[in-house]
Design a protein around this ligand. Structure first.
Ligand code: NOJ
Length: 540
């Protein structure tokens, strides 16, 4: 097994983790300052790797997902010296570093694009996707994921360029071998520095249809015009796989490096499309994100459906992964909030995430139950956020500063935080929870530690169990003779689970419990679970 299959990976949105210099924006030195919180000390959270959202120089139209220099560090986050120190200090604490690779597009201020834009016969013209107008209009009907058309007209040269996201994020032309060469050279630069892996931003967007065919449309398919199109010509083109194979070859020429790609599920919750990016011979990505939990409703059946779907497409060493929250979606604490039951729900969700077969991805702050709040309109930073205000907390809502203590600025900064602290940071913070055995933070910590010391939880087979009543999610993880039973009650009412798999005539040892239960009485035919009770028990 490889390290990333056994790891718990923690996503940091660097702007919002910890600000070491008081400018209101999190930075690399801030992450170094907080490494002990993450791993290496007896009271650390215990994660194995950090995925950093982009840290390269960027004009920040999309907060780093618009890169203007692939081999540098944005000065708001620090410099190369600090990055090297971060790598060293992280590795010292057995934390690996995974970088965000945003290579579908660059910033419009990247020197490559500035050159490309300068004239039609510039030698980098073909590094981006430039097309003539058709009947005085855009070359086709493709739309941008962030709204509007995907084509921007350039007065100077009289052509359109393609951008799948903002107009400040022109797409690279991956059909051009020089682009591949330049990008792979840059990837090598980071591998040589010693980074442990990459998260590949919108990896299934790299290649677009050569004939620029229009996507089929169905206006009943979604809420945004972008969702009305079936993206069969601007995404997931077959030629993409060749590029990923080349990338994987490069990774394989280094020891122990990993990759995880962002591939939206189509339709949401399905696993076939992301699974295809592992490659038919397991020669593409190590993993593609499984976003199904982002769409799961709060009930055992919905989560089980996602898990079974994932299991179906990731047999054997085809490795699954799970994630409850990230920087693009409202946090799960917020999505599943309910009166005074939210912490209990967060504990059940954590127990699920950390007992499944597959790599769990945590999002900073979920371990303390950070929520999302709507941001006043004039304080919104995300260009996409304003479109949904006031109906949705937007992406800013999921990117609020980490809540370290109950001080005025949540211990995040001494300055003015880049996003306002509009959430309950005085109650929900690390200081209040660390060391409090009943807290969500300690719950995560103990669960991670249990996963670490229990091989079957990391590597064992997954088997679902039928459950009547439906409010309980039940499954086992088995490795050799070791069998672990997991029971999760998703509702605020007790429920009886028939112990059909026990039949050992013995009591069973509880490895972990939400309610302090000590044994599972396998001599009895059933067990009554308390409201929102979750248990992890050894039965073999
Ligand atoms: C997906 C990233 O997760 C998102 O934050 C970003 O805006 C787009 N890709 C464009 O890079």
């Amino acid at each position: 097994m490889s390290w990333w299959q056994e790891a718990v990976i923690y996503q940091i949105y660097p702007r919002s983790f910890y600000d070491s210099n008081g400018d209101g924006v999190g930075d690399l030195q801030g992450i170094i300052d907080k490494l002990d919180y993450l791993n290496g000390k007896p009271d650390s959270l215990g994660i194995d790797a950090i995925w950093l959202s982009p840290i390269n120089p960027s004009p920040m139209f999309d907060f780093g997902y618009d890169i203007s220099d692939y081999e540098g560090i944005d000065s708001v986050f620090g410099d190369m010296k600090t990055f090297k120190l971060l790598l060293k200090e992280a590795h010292k604490r057995k934390i690996r570093i995974i970088l965000d690779l945003v290579i579908n597009h660059t910033s419009h201020l990247h020197p490559w694009f500035i050159e490309s834009r300068s004239s039609k016969d510039n030698k980098k013209r073909d590094w981006y996707i430039w097309k003539d107008p058709v009947n005085g209009k855009e070359p086709n009907k493709w739309l941008g994921s962030f709204g509007g058309k995907a084509w921007e007209f350039d007065e100077k040269t009289g052509q359109y360029y393609y951008h799948a996201f903002l107009k400040e994020q022109p797409d690279l032309n991956w059909r051009n071998p020089e682009v591949r060469k330049a990008v792979f050279k840059m990837i090598k630069f980071w591998l040589d520095l010693g980074v442990d892996g990459f998260r590949l931003d919108v990896v299934n967007y790299y290649i677009k249809d050569e004939q620029l065919r229009n996507n089929p449309v169905n206006i009943f398919k979604g809420v945004r015009p972008y969702d009305w199109q079936y993206h069969i010509y601007d995404r997931n083109r077959p030629e993409t796989h060749e590029i990923i194979k080349g990338f994987r070859k490069l990774l394989n020429s280094y020891k122990d490096r990993m990759s995880v790609g962002e591939v939206f599920q189509e339709p949401p919750g399905t696993a076939e499309l992301p699974a295809a990016y592992y490659g038919e011979k397991n020669d593409e990505l190590h993993m593609a994100f499984n976003f199904s939990f982002l769409y799961s409703k709060w009930n055992a059946g919905s989560f089980m459906k996602s898990v079974l779907e994932s299991e179906k497409f990731h047999p054997g060493t085809h490795w699954p992964n799970y994630t409850l929250s990230n920087h693009d979606q409202p946090r799960h604490y917020y999505r599943y909030r309910r009166r005074d039951e939210s912490v209990q729900r967060a504990k059940i969700a954590a127990m699920l995430l950390l007992t499944l077969r597959g790599t769990p991805f945590l999002y900073y702050g979920e371990e303390i139950g950070m929520t999302c709040e709507r941001i006043p309109k004039d304080k919104i930073q995300d260009p996409v956020g304003k479109k949904y205000w006031p109906f949705h907390p937007g992406r800013d809502g999921a990117r609020l500063p980490m809540s370290w203590n109950n001080g005025e600025k949540a211990g995040f900064t001494t300055g003015e935080p880049w996003l306002p602290l509009v959430f309950n940071h005085k109650e929900v913070n690390v200081q209040n929870q660390a060391g409090d055995a009943s807290s969500l933070f300690e719950f995560y910590r103990k669960l991670i530690a249990l996963r670490k010391k229990t091989k079957s939880l990391r590597l064992g087979d997954f088997q679902s169990l039928e459950s009547e009543p439906k409010q309980i999610m039940a499954y086992t993880r088995t490795l050799g003779k070791e069998k672990i039973l997991i029971l999760l009650n998703f509702e605020n009412k007790p429920a009886i689970f028939p112990l059909q798999i026990g039949k050992t005539g013995k009591q069973s040892e509880i490895l972990f419990s939400t309610h302090g239960r000590k044994i599972v009485p396998f001599e009895s035919p059933e067990i009554q679970l308390e409201p929102y009770e979750g248990i992890i028990a050894k039965i073999g």
